[in-house]
Ligand binder design. Sequence first.
Ligand code: PLP
Length: 399
Amino acid sequence: RPRVSARLAAIAESATLAVDAKAKALKAAGRPVIGFGAGEPDFPTPQYVVDAAVAACQDPANHRYTPAAGLPALREAVAAKTLRDSGYEIRPADVLVTNGGKQAVYQAFAAVLDPGDEVLLPAPYWTTYPEAIRLAGAVPVEVFAGVDQGYLVTVEQLEAARTPRTKVLLFNSPSNPTGAVYSPEQTEQIGRWALEHGIWVITDEIYEHLTYDDAVFTPVLRVVPELADTTIVLNGVAKTYAMTGWRVGWMTGPADVIKAATNLQSHLTSNVANVSQRAAVAALTGDLSAVDAMRTAFDRRRRTMVQMLSAIDGVVCPAPQGAFYAYPSVEGLMGRTIRGTTVRSSADLATLILEQAEVAVVPGEAFGPSGYLRLSYALGDDDLVEGVSRIQSLLADAG
Ligand code: PLP
């Protein structure tokens, strides 16, 4: 019999973490690597949040377990923040505090999926979704929207992929990896379609505060409130408050689902680190000025990156409207020979870029079909310009 279970043997390592680890290892070995792989803000956590955490450390009351579902103060803060940012009411009892948004993703799927259930997964998708779906015994059904559609799936495409086994639609706007943002009208259309067919919506709203130009974040439950009984909302402090390392996220949803997920979490990880929860209370009850400042910087870098990538022959880079990733199509480079290597896939291209230009990017294969690259623009302006310049020089050699 195999030593590792079939269930876990089927899971691939997170490609984004792998690219980041490779880049960091090269850097540690003294190479001048520039990393566009990681999905995390380069800014430190805002000082008022750090101060709250330091103060929390000094109080022995915070050295203990909290309830598995989270500190009452944090569940209240999530409910208040939901009203402030999304415009609808939830009860603190409807909130489960998780170890980052990632644990919320896993637990949301685990709470509603049985073996054989299908999940409609708009692609390109964040690399964790299909693995979490499979771990729940269910089947991810990809619905692909390419660069020509602005990476936005239509109701017609979803309807064509729907079967009697479809239980859930995964919705992620603003999107990782594409930066695409659904309009209020598109969001409502998709929500109404899910409601009509009794399909659950798991909506990952972790990039809600990072939108640019005219794009606005639309909470599904604000435009289709009737979905409240069959929708799970995922969120966290990582991206909004530059708090990736603190590991605080949450899920909100109907009472039976939150109860089931809390039971699972009580056996899996118990509660999120007490001090981290105190820090998250400070973040959520403060104002949004820190994220406004970060968004301004991201927006500037976004423009620079899109402009520089678009100048490369064979690269098509739509301007992302949210999150902090650019997702250029590199299909125009397939079959071309660059410094002696013929590029057959975006994975080939990413390897070439790392080896020849010492720049780390994530290939589209991590998020669905080949033919794309994901570059995070959550890094310093100078590094960003240097990194994309190196890619420009390398690809100028494409034969
Ligand atoms: N959801 C999306 C779409 C993400 O991109 C991420 C992080 O990369 C997460 C959820 C989870 O973030 P965390 O677990 O750090 O809160």
